[in-house]
Design a protein around this ligand. Structure first.
Ligand code: NAD
Length: 466
């Protein structure tokens, strides 16, 4: 690793066909454009500059795509990526240092270590719900690890996608970073290419398509998927604060958050006591009327709007339920006594509907969680250490949050990712750099004295201590 930027002449020209972009990025990588620590730091700094200088354009694009409030955009999109950049810039040199490991006696004297080497050309495929954060946060790690990157924003957030396509080439090195816009057709075309890593965020059905395409080239994948994240509440907690936190995590981005609480497990007594606090918290967070509140978002498209309003049919609506197809407004909605086999429990809700599912108690809640797919996140509001311990040890999920939903993803030091149906691999901070690197084993052993003679054939005496 040198501190000097190397120069190369491979450039990715404008409007080149997809099939030509990957080879151009590969040429830049092969020429060492992305290798130096200086280049990596320059790219991360330029990315931060783009986010700061063009902040209001991003705020406008996210408002157009999702009705996202500018403050929410700063907190949950731009702010998270900037925090990720700053954390990475602070620690990158240390993360990249070779790590020494011990050597068994039979091989000693020798020195063994590992080093992180960049993989090559990385494809990042992002979804629409946090179209800025989920496109750029993976790229922070990919660039920090010294890779060339191809970004594929979601076509369902078209304003953000177009802005990325126009701004990224102005700020980042166009030899090594490219944006390809488009939907299924373009992504399918991209997936036919050979990448050195594919980082996909989105639903599991497409995750399988991505992994199948990657298998053809033996390309490693990270799949950041979704699913139903439960929240368990017992009677040992302050229900007013609990309600505010759940309402915040649930209705952020109008519920279109991969780590939003999907459904709530509580005994009928706790549910009854919690419901008025939830209703009050909705009023408090959304100015008494979510419909006119600038803090509340909209559903991304007509398809999801129809899907979500369809989920309300036949359910007991405790609060909300109102909708307006023209503006794709769906009120923050709480459903009570939701049956375990009701349609709302058969899919990830991914919208502003909180399903309250009655349970007998902790045993029943844990059993129910274990029957389902492993969630991306699991939340619990309890002051009981034994309940907390049982939740940690008797369930499996990408993350566990006690007393707060969603916030774990804003901590760069924590790995972020799913398990089982909620995904594979993880990122953020050091884990991102590791994800986009190959950890190469390096062994150095002097030729003299030739201590390996102890294990060379012929095996005339026992030499199995090796
Ligand atoms: P989406 O529709 O935007 O799709 C994601 C990406 O896949 C897009 O770039 C899209 O162009 C591409 N794509 C879609 N169909 C494809 C196909 N047939 N072939 C190839 N590429 C295709 O987003 P989505 O899937 O609706 O996103 C919502 C899901 O993502 C939810 O399940 C949510 O929980 C999950 N999610 C997970 C995380 C996480 O970090 N784990 C974050 C956000 C969302």
């Amino acid at each position: 690793m040198t501190l000097e930027s190397t120069t190369g002449s491979a450039a990715v020209p404008d409007a080149v066909p997809v099939a030509a972009i990957v080879p151009a990025l590969r040429t830049a990588f092969e020429r060492g454009v992305t290798r130096s620590l200086r280049w990596r730091a320059e790219q991360l700094t330029a990315l931060k500059r783009m986010l700061v200088e063009r902040s209001s354009e991003f705020e406008d694009a996210l408002f157009l795509d999702l009705g996202k409030n500018p403050t929410e955009t700063q907190l949950t999109e731009i702010g998270i990526v900037i925090a990720e950049i700053e954390h990475t810039l602070t620690h990158l040199r240390r993360w990249l240092r070779p790590r020494r490991v011990g050597v068994p006696l039979a091989i000693a004297p020798a020195s063994a270590s590992t080093m992180l080497e960049p993989l090559g050309v990385v494809l990042v495929i992002a979804p629409w719900n946090y179209p800025l954060q989920l496109l750029l946060a993976p790229m922070v790690g990919a660039l920090a690890a010294g890779n060339a990157v191809l970004l594929k924003p979601s076509e369902l957030a078209p304003a953000t996608s177009a802005l990325m396509a126009s701004l990224v080439p102005d700020y980042l090195d166009p030899r090594a970073v490219a944006v390809v816009e488009g939907g299924v057709a373009e992504t399918t075309e991209l997936l036919a290419e050979r990448f050195d890593h594919i980082f996909y965020t989105g639903n599991g059905a497409v995750g399988r398509i991505v992994m199948t395409a990657a298998a053809k080239h033996l390309t490693p994948v990270t799949l950041e998927l979704g699913g139903k994240s439960p929240v368990y509440v017992d009677d040992t907690v302050d229900l007013a604060v609990t309600a505010r936190r759940i309402v915040w995590g649930k209705f952020l981005n109008a519920g279109q958050t991969c780590v939003a609480p999907d459904y709530l497990l509580a005994t009928p007594g706790v549910s009854a006591a919690l419901t008025p606090h939830l209703v009050e918290a909705i009023g408090e967070l959304y100015d008494g009327d979510p419909r006119s509140s600038s803090s509340y978002g909209r559903i991304v498209n007509d398809h999801h709007f129809a899907r979500l309003t369809g989920l309300l049919e036949g359910e007991r609506i405790l609060s909300g339920g109102r909708s307006d197809a023209r503006t794709r407004y769906l009120a923050p909605t709480i459903l009570g006594d939701v049956g375990r086999d009701s349609p709302v429990m058969q899919q990830e809700i991914f919208g502003p509907i909180l399903a309250m599912v009655p349970v007998d108690g902790l045993d029943d809640a844990i059993a129910f969680i274990r029957v389902g797919d492993k969630p991306l996140a699991l939340y619990a509001f309890t002051n009981s250490p034994s309940t907390a311990r049982r939740i940690l040890t008797e369930t499996s999920s990408g993350a566990v949050g006690f007393g707060v939903p969603a916030a774990h993803l804003g901590i760069p030091g924590l790995p972020f990712g799913g398990v089982g149906e909620s995904g594979m691999g993880h990122y953020h901070g050091r884990r991102s750099v590791e994800t986009f690197s190959h950890e190469k084993a390096v062994l150095r052993k002097r030729l003299t004295p030739d201590t390996l003679r102890l294990i060379y054939p012929p095996y005339t005496e026992r030499k199995d201590g090796f």
